[in-house]
Design a protein around this ligand. Structure first.
Ligand code: MG
Ligand code: MG
Length: 263
C-alpha cells in the first residue's frame, strides 16, 4: 500500500479544493426543496464549479471495467439509496432525505465531502438518522490522530452508530485523497477481515465518510450499476469530510473559512 504524506503547502492546496466543495455544497443545501430534480441540483453544481475554474472528479469516473463512467458532478442518493445515486429526472418531495456527495479538483488537488439534507419536513426517525450519521462522522474525525490506526476510526464510528441502534453499511468506507480522488488507505466504515490497518501519521489526508442505515448493513447495487440502496429499503444517510492528520488535532479541509472550526 502506497500512502502519500503531504507537506503543509500541499495540504493547503487540498484545503482550497475543500473550500470550493463546501461553498457549492452549501448552495446545494439551500436549493434542496420539494419539486426540485436531482438533475437540477447537478446542473447547479456544474455551473458553480465552472464559475470557480474548478473541475469535477466525479463526472467520467469509472472504478472498474464494466462500470459506465459516472455522468454527474454530484452523487444524489435519495431515501433508501446509500451512495452513488445518479442525478437525473427524479423530483424531490416533502419528507425525502437526500445525500449529496460532491467533489472538486482545484490546481490538481482533490476535495470530497458529503451531507445529507432533509427535503422540507421529515419524519422523526429520519431526523435522528441524519443527526447520528453527522455525529458519527465527527466521532471518526476525533479518532483520526497521529499514532492511532485506521481501525481506530472505524471502531469510533461503528461503536457510536450501533450504540444508537442504527446499522453501518458494510463493505464501503473512506479513503486517502490528494492528487487522486481515491488513494490509499481504505478506511472501512464497519470492521471487516483482511483490510490493512496502517498507522495514521502526520501528512496523511483521508476522507472519513460513514454511511448509516436505519436497520441493515446490507446493500444492493441497482441496474444502473451505480446506485447503492439498502437491501431492506430502509432509509440511509451519508456525511463526509476530507481531513488531514497532523501532529496535533485533525484538520478538516472541507470546512468553510470563517465558519466554526468544529461542527
Ligand atoms: Mg464523497
Ligand atoms: Mg469519498
Amino acid at each position: 500500500m502506497a500512502i502519500n504524506y503531504r507537506s503543509k503547502t500541499e495540504i493547503e492546496g487540498i484545503r482550497r479544493a475543500g473550500q470550493v466543495v463546501m461553498e457549492i455544497l452549501e448552495e446545494l443545501r439551500a436549493a434542496t426543496k420539494p419539486g426540485v430534480t436531482t438533475g437540477e441540483l447537478d446542473a447547479l453544481a456544474a455551473r458553480e464549479l465552472a464559475r470557480r475554474g474548478a473541475t469535477s472528479n466525479f463526472r467520467g469516473y469509472s472504478p472498474a471495467k464494466g462500470t459506465p463512467p459516472f455522468t454527474g458532478v454530484i452523487c444524489a442518493s435519495v431515501n433508501d439509496e446509500v451512495v452513488h445515486g445518479i442525478p437525473g429526472k427524479r423530483v424531490l418531495k416533502e419528507g425525502d432525505i437526500i445525500a449529496l456527495d460532491f467533489g472538486a479538483i482545484v490546481d490538481g488537488w482533490h476535495g470530497d465531502s458529503a451531507i445529507t439534507v432533509p427535503v422540507g419536513h421529515v419524519s422523526a426517525v429520519a431526523q435522528r438518522l441524519l443527526q447520528v450519521t453527522h455525529d458519527a462522522l465527527w466521532k471518526g474525525i476525533a479518532a483520526a490522530q497521529a499514532g492511532a490506526r485506521v481501525y481506530d476510526i472505524t471502531r469510533a464510528v461503528q461503536t457510536y452508530v450501533e450504540g444508537e441502534g442504527f446499522a453501518l453499511v458494510e463493505h464501503y468506507g473512506g479513503h486517502g485523497i490528494g492528487r487522486e480522488l481515491h488513494e490509499d488507505p481504505f478506511i472501512p466504515n464497519a470492521m471487516e477481515q483482511g483490510i490493512p490497518n496502517p498507522l495514521l501519521r502526520p501528512g496523511m489526508v483521508v476522507c472519513i465518510e460513514p454511511m448509516v442505515s436505519v436497520s441493515t448493513p446490507r446493500t444492493r447495487t441497482l441496474g444502473d450499476k451505480w446506485t447503492v440502496s439498502t437491501r431492506d429499503g430502509s432509509l440511509s444517510a451519508h456525511f463526509e469530510h476530507t481531513v488531514a492528520i497532523t501532529a496535533g488535532e485533525p484538520l478538516v479541509l472541507t470546512s468553510l473559512v470563517g465558519a466554526s472550526a468544529s461542527h
